[in-house]
Ligand binder design. Structure first.
Ligand SMILES: Nc1ncnc2c1ncn2[C@@H]1O[C@H](COP(=O)(O)OP(=O)(O)O)[C@@H](O)[C@H]1O
Ligand SMILES: [Mg+2]
Length: 328
């Protein structure tokens, strides 16, 4: 029986979402076929064995549960056949953790160090998408010095501003005026020195799940985000109950095929392993498709898109976890 280590948390702005994803995985992992232990990583990068009521994972307080600090992390992880990192965001999804596991020859679910770090960095991802000839919205990157006039000379309002390294829409804002632009850059800089400015495109948001299974690649049909807010911000993602996701049946077949083709190219081009969710914008009015981003540890909560899209392909949540672990 394979021994699996489920890792969650970490020093990331997406720590909280990671707890929720971990809970769904623990609830759905095939307990007859896998033995598992659960470890939470705190914001100060300490590792704790978690062995308590899963409801602690619903909130920020899992450290108040019955936890035991692990002194020697390396010798501890060597006890497992596979690590399942469900650590969204910085330090867990950006290749650092994956690099550490590689160093000690530990198998893990998902992308390797290089694909993870490129996937986490929106600017680097854009450069990769460009090299693969996948269409993207007009964008530019700024670091320390920038002039509002120079930005506006290249792209005009409305704009969207994002930290290059980030997720869960944290630090992202829309700007329709110079004042909002300056404020947005300041906000994004709280999370990363590299800031991305993009043309805000009114579009439908479509997401594709890609899964490797027995050497083959399964590419799902697109799922759609119907955001409660003007864009899919943190509130719309995790709090606002008016947001819902669907698997639309009104998309032209050419659009579906094109998006799937792009998703496949990106998964292969980035040399992804295991799984990834690749997100697109579809501007219906102008019949344009743009890639937005890749997520190498996609959300895995009970309502997340990735498991939903795989379910639509006939793969249950529990089977999905089994496939991921066996492919590690
Ligand atoms: N260029 C854009 N035009 C319109 N909306 C956008 C654009 N870029 C991002 N968004 C909106 O912001 C959300 C979060 O942006 P995204 O790049 O996906 O960052 P994150 O990694 O935080 O999910 C998207 O789901 C979308 O709703
Ligand atoms: Mg996104």
């Amino acid at each position: 029986m394979k021994k699996v280590l489920i890792l969650f948390g970490g020093n990331s702005s997406e720590h909280y979402i990671s707890c929720k994803s971990a809970k769904s995985i623990i609830q759905n992992i095939d307990k007859k076929n896998f033995k598992y232990e659960i470890v939470g990583i705190s914001y100060d990068n300490k590792w704790y064995k978690f062995n308590d009521d899963l409801s602690y994972l619903d909130f920020h307080d899992w450290l108040d549960a019955n936890v035991l600090e692990i002194d020697n992390i390396v010798s501890y992880i060597k006890n497992f056949d596979v690590v399942f990192p469900i650590t969204h965001g910085t330090n867990g999804e950006d290749g650092k953790l994956q690099g550490m596991l590689d160093l000690f020859n530990i198998k893990y679910v998902g992308c390797n160090t290089l694909a993870s770090s490129i996937g986490m960095d929106k600017v680097m991802s854009k450069q990769l998408f460009k090299s693969l000839n996948i269409p993207q919205v007009p964008y530019l990157m700024i670091k320390e010095d920038y002039k509002v006039e120079n930005i506006l000379r290249e792209i005009d309002f409305p704009l969207i501003i994002k930290p290059s390294n980030g997720g869960s829409s944290i630090g992202i804002s829309k700007a329709s005026t110079k004042k909002e632009l300056i404020k947005g850059i300041k906000e994004a800089k709280k999370y990363d020195n590299k800031v991305l400015i993009e043309k805000f495109i009114k579009s439908r948001e479509l997401e594709i799940a890609v899964l490797q299974s027995k050497g083959k690649i399964i590419i799902s049909s697109p799922g759609e985000i119907n955001s409660a807010n003007e864009f899919y911000d943190y509130d719309a993602k995790y709090a606002n109950e008016k947001t819902y996701t669907t698997i639309p049946d009104d998309l032209p077949i050419e659009v579906v095929n094109k998006i799937k083709e792009y998703a496949s190219k990106i998964f292969t081009g980035l040399d992804c392993k295991g799984y990834a969710r690749i997100d697109f914008f579809y501007d219906e009015l102008n019949n344009e498709i743009y890639v937005n981003e890749i997520n190498t540890i996609p959300g895995f909560t009970s309502i997340s898109m990735f498991p939903k899209l795989m379910q639509n392909e006939g793969i249950s949540f529990s089977e999905l976890i089994t496939i991921l672990i066996n492919n590690a």
